[in-house]
Design a protein. Structure first.
Length: 399
């Protein structure tokens, strides 16, 4: 008898114990209500499926893959009348967003300018890193004058952006190079005034420094009211692309800690790939050599004037930032994104919600109009504080 029971169970295993899954390619129970989805958008299964048959959906509300253009097959498991079904449908991932211009459109060049005037303005696209640029209008780079031009920017999905550009071709005169003609007194922001205006029980006032501030008396900085300092640990050369130590970093971190200041670091990078950014993060970790930090390590990418030469998309630069910050996080450090208000609103997406260090210089150092989240605000770059001879950036750290 046992022999027959075992054979019966074996048959059940071989023929399948689960209910047969039926394929449903109709719209009777589930229906796709969003046929076209924008590339790189955050779209979930529930966003594109309508439960018209009031069935029990077994599939998780997963994020749809929108990282490449083209047709995508969607499968959803559900139960109706105790039978198991899989609904199969299709959506298209498309790019309908035109390129973006993020520089001024009034440009001046000297007579004889021999570079591509398409690169006088900076432009980019969320998906396409190689935008086609054509120019309408007459101009002569060998003749002084003001020329009204129309730039047409076209991405690989044939989305167009037309931009009116004013090009001034000029012949320099001796007075153009006479720096002595400007006797305007330089305005500086006093640290004490910032402290008195902005200090509350919920924040701290500090500075950020690099080799440009040279030797710093941190005891005086501390006495002036600063409680923290962000310091550059290293940087990547824009032309050489080599990595260099900030020559004042070792003295800065030693003296700042001795004075009782909280410390954090940043690295200036011009990385053009995720692999390069990850190597820079590793360099920072190695350079720290176990040094304890009170504040995050910032990702500082500001090479926007050379953006066109990178041939990468906005999506890719965000992935570059994430690669750097993820690597730091994996090594036990807190990471932070540094950027100005304009680029935070235009390019940076920060989908992983890393802390943000905002750079925004406002009139009279009033409150920033940036509406996103940030934990630190760099409010000026012309600060003066006892203990530093040169201009210094002043920052507010929020608890």
């Amino acid at each position: 008898m046992k022999k027959y029971i075992i054979l019966f169970l074996l048959c059940l295993v071989l023929t399948g114990c689960k209910s047969k899954v039926l394929v449903d390619d109709t719209n009777d129970n589930l229906k796709i209500i969003m046929n076209n989805v924008e590339v790189y958008s955050d779209v979930y299964l529930n966003d594109i499926i309508e439960n018209v048959g009031n069935v029990k959906i077994n599939s998780d509300n997963r994020l749809i893959d929108t990282n490449s253009l083209g047709e995508k097959q969607i499968e959803v498991n559900y139960i109706k009348d105790k039978k198991h079904y899989v609904y199969k449908g299709k959506i298209n991932v498309v790019d309908t967003t035109p390129p973006v211009v993020f520089s001024g459109t009034s440009k001046s060049v000297e007579v004889g300018y021999d570079k591509d005037i398409c690169d006088l303005i900076s432009y980019g696209d969320m998906y396409d890193g190689n935008i086609k640029c054509t120019i309408e209008g007459e101009y002569d780079l060998q003749k002084p004058g003001t020329y009204k031009l129309v730039y047409t920017l076209t991405d690989s999905s044939q989305n167009e952006k037309k931009v009116n550009v004013t090009l001034k071709v000029y012949k320099p005169t001796p007075s153009d190079n006479n720096s002595d003609s400007d006797n305007t007194e330089r305005v500086r922001t006093d640290f004490l005034e910032v402290y008195q205006k902005h200090k509350t029980i919920d924040n701290e006032i500090g500075i950020d420094v690099s080799k440009w501030q040279e030797d710093i008396d941190y005891e005086k900085v501390k006495k002036a009211g600063a409680s923290f300092v962000m310091m550059r640990i290293g940087y990547q050369g824009q032309t050489s692309r080599e990595i260099y130590d900030d020559e004042y970093y070792q003295a800065n971190i030693k003296k700042a800690k001795e004075a009782g200041l909280k410390v954090g670091v940043y690295f200036f990078t011009v990385a053009g790939s995720k692999e390069e950014a990850k190597e820079h993060a590793k360099w920072v970790v190695k350079a720290l050599d176990g040094e304890k930090l009170d504040l995050p390590i910032a990702f500082d990418w500001e090479n926007w004037s050379r953006w066109n030469s990178y041939k990468i998309s906005f999506h890719e630069i965000n992935e570059i930032a994430n690669a750097y910050m993820d690597e730091l996080k994996n090594n036990g450090y807190e990471a932070m994104l540094y950027s100005s208000k304009f680029y935070l609103e235009t390019i940076w997406q920060n989908k992983k919600n890393y802390p943000v260090w905002l750079a925004h210089y406002t009139k009279d150092n009033n409150k920033s109009s940036y509406t996103g989240n940030y934990i630190m605000w760099q409010l000026c770059n012309n600060g003066k504080i006892d203990g530093i001879n040169n201009d210094v950036d002043i920052d507010i750290l929020y608890h």
